[in-house]
Design a binder for this molecule. Structure first.
Ligand SMILES: O=c1[nH]cnc2c1ncn2[C@H]1C[C@H](O)[C@@H](CO)O1
Ligand SMILES: [Zn+2]
Length: 388
């Protein structure tokens, strides 16, 4: 086994570290075996593979297309098996269990209720089924010795016309498991300002929302999301890098929008592997998260779609540790950023930071002290006195 050195996390430490996830799609995180099971039970015969391993690989390959539009086509299969109450409860429960087993202590998981109505469920029935599943998953996680709390974000699809209705649904369930609102789907051609009514409504209700922006489309989308719609957070937001110039000597200058995002501490929900698949970034090492972290933007690390990206929170951090040499202190910084940016009340965020996250990292950072290995260096001759 790899020997832990102070600060540099091993894969096992990364998994055990408390993590906070703000951007994860319920319909992008199913277990492949569950997709196969529910398809069989409900008679959905459109799956490209029926062996769970092969199906998992199919999702990853199909999503590896370099285009957001093609990436999104794969969701037809997951949404097809999420049309009944039982299926939604099962998928949500497994989501909470899987995240907890990966060391996630707080998650905001999103889905679009309007995509789960094909078998006759109402929007309310969809939300109540998913909520029941999350509570069940939290309970099972606890039985396994893992602690997790999951809140739902209701997404409206940006190409459709139901955002006002979904915003009202989010507001209705805000004290019952739903913590905010989002819009997702193909970005080009569907600017966030198409949904101004929904955002204005949520602002008047003092509710919270995030907007997928600056992923497949650039600065105008981020600018609209913030300055026209009033988003609390940005889903991805990677293209903010287009407003930052790095000179040959490493000097950096920020445009007005990038300055605003940094100065106002706008949380960026970054999803590195997803960005590689849709072509929003070329490699982990070149992902804008490296520079944005150095410049102290309010950056968070997220999974987006664990099934399509074959990822988990731990894997996202492993890639970043490999690419940028991040330490446990960096991991803690990203995690505290995420917790500060969550949509639950301030006192609860603060308690999660002080009672769960910081103690969790302190314990991991102290582990090297108790490893026998680091005390077994041979003494140099005559060094005994110097040791004292
Ligand atoms: O990264 C994404 N960008 C835009 N839309 C996305 C992304 N990942 C998933 N979606 C879409 C597809 C899902 O069906 C929908 C709701 O979760 O959100
Ligand atoms: Zn997303």
């Amino acid at each position: 086994m790899q020997k832990p050195k102070p600060g540099v996390p091993t894969p096992d430490q990364i998994r055990r570290a408390p993590k906070v996830l703000l951007h994860d799609h319920l319909d992008g995180g199913l277990r492949p075996g569950t997709v196969v099971d529910i398809a069989r039970e409900t008679g959905y015969d459109g799956l490209p593979e029926t062996d769970p391993d092969k199906l998992g690989m199919w999702f990853r390959d199909a999503a590896d297309s370099g285009s957001l539009e093609r990436y999104l086509e794969t969701f037809a299969h997951t949404c097809a098996v999420m049309q009944t109450r039982d299926a939604l409860v099962r998928v949500a429960a497994e989501c909470a269990e899987d995240l907890a087993a990966d060391g996630v202590v707080y998650a905001e998981v999103r889905y679009a209720p309007e995509q789960h109505l094909e078998a006759g469920l109402t929007l309310e029935e969809v939300v109540e089924a998913v909520n029941a599943g999350f509570r069940e998953g939290e309970r099972r996680a606890k039985e396994d010795g893992n602690r997790i709390r999951v809140g739902a974000l209701l997404t409206a699809m940006r190409h459709a016309a139901r955002s006002q209705e979904i915003a009202e649904l989010a507001n209705h369930y805000r004290d019952s498991g739903v913590v905010g609102f989002d819009i997702a789907g193909a970005e080009a051609g569907y600017p966030p300002t198409r949904h101004l009514d929904a955002f204005d409504y949520l602002k008047r209700e003092n509710n919270h929302f995030t907007i997928h922006a600056g992923e497949a489309f650039g600065l105008p989308s981020i600018w609209q999301a913030l300055q026209w719609c009033g988003a609390d957070r940005l889903g991805h937001g990677v293209r903010i890098i287009d407003d930052i110039e790095e000179g040959p000597g490493g000097e950096v200058s920020l445009g007005r929008l990038a300055s605003y995002v940094r100065d106002k501490r706008v949380p960026l929900e970054m999803c590195p592997t997803s960005n590689l698949q849709t072509g929003a970034a070329a490699s982990y090492a070149e992902h804008p998260i490296g520079l944005l972290r150095r410049l102290y933007f309010r950056v968070t690390v997220n999974t987006d779609n664990r099934l399509m990206s074959g990822t988990s929170m731990s894997r996202e951090f492993e890639h970043l540790v490999d690419a940028f040499g991040y330490t446990l202190d960096d991991m803690q910084w990203f995690t505290v950023n995420a917790m500060k940016s969550a949509f639950i009340p301030f006192d609860e965020r603060l308690a999660m930071i002080n009672e769960v996250i910081k103690p969790g990292y302190a314990e991991l950072k102290a582990e090297w002290l108790f490893e026998a290995g680091h005390r077994e260096r041979p003494l140099a001759s005559g060094s005994a006195a110097a040791e004292g």
